[in-house]
Every structure is written in C-alpha cells, then in structure tokens.
Design a protein around this ligand. Sequence first.
Ligand code: HEM
Length: 165
Amino acid sequence: MTAGGPLGALEASGLGRAMREWLWLYPSVEIVHITGIGLLFGSIAILDLRLLGFSRSISVKALARHVLPWTAASFLLIVPSGLMMFTAHATDFISSPVFVVKMSLIMAAGINAALFHAITFPSVGVWDAEEMRRLPPPPSVRLSAAVSLLIWISVIACGRLLAYF
Ligand code: HEM
C-alpha cells in the first residue's frame, strides 16, 4: 500500500514497484550509489588533504584539474541511483529528519565549493607558486578544505543512518 500525492504516485510508479519487488534491483542500485560515493569522496578528499597542506610537492592547480572531473562524474552515478532508491519509499524518506539533513548537507557542500571557486581559488597562482609551497596554503583555503571534508563525512553518515531512522 502506498500513500497519495506526488510522492505516493512516485512509489506507485512502475519504477517504484520494481525497486521494491525485484529482489536484486534495490541492492544493485545501492552498489552503484556506493561506487559513486567512493569516487566522490576519494577524489575530493585527495584535493582537500592537499589544500590542508599535505603533499605540497604536488601543484594544487594540476591536482584539481586531474581530480575534479572525477568528482563531477561521480554525480552521474550517485544522483540517478539515489533518486531510484528514493522512488521506492519516497514518503518514508521525505519524513525522515536524517534524509532532510542529508540533502541540506549536500547543498551546504555545493555552496562551500562554489564559494571556494569564486573567492579562494582565483588566487591559486599566488599561494600555489613553487616558491610559496614551503608554507601551508592560506587559512581560508585550509578552512574551506576542512569544512568540505567534514560535510562529506556527515553526508556519508546520514546516508548510512537512513536505514535506521
Ligand atoms: C551526493 C552525495 C551522496 C552521498 C555521499 C550519499 C551517501 C549515501 C550512503 C553512504 C548511503 C548508505 C548506503 C548503504 O547503507 O548501503 C546512501 C543511501 C541512500 N541515498 Fe545517498 N548519498 C548521496 C546523494 C544522494 C542523493 C542525491 C539522493 C537522492 C535522493 C540520495 C538518496 C539515498 C537513498 C534513498 C538511500 C537509501 C537508504 C536506504 O535504503 O537505507 N543520496 N547514500
């Protein structure tokens, strides 16, 4: 039995029913979600650790150019699979505070990344220059990286906690 309204309609859709009824579909989609999360967190964490001041022999600019396309690609795995799982139990998920916190945190991570790219990254040529790399990056850069790591770890925690709350 599914609830009414647009979320109820989602649950009652062919996709919603298949997600609940086909034994291997939900777990397979969840594996895609987790693979995407691995790619997202793996790529972003490597850059954040560099921005915190580790591995300073590597240029931030070169590292960002290498890892950020993978971070972007990870959303192609994460978002469709997340939406598919959402479709299966839309009304339950939307009424879970953990789900609301998770979505808010994802938005906060986006805002943090946008602020970093708009405000802090344009000066990368200065603090990433080879002669400057004896010093750690400026405090605003390190703060942004620490916030990013904390937010993404919290998103992962909320995702896992969805099964319990
Ligand atoms: C963008 C970064 C995201 C991260 C890091 C993330 C993280 C996670 C994690 C760790 C899980 C638990 C997997 C498991 O226990 O096997 C999960 C499950 C889930 N995620 Fe995400 N997620 C993200 C985005 C999304 C999006 C955009 C949606 C879309 C609505 C979504 C919807 C879900 C749903 C419905 C579950 C299933 C919970 C369950 O069946 O217990 N996630 N997520």
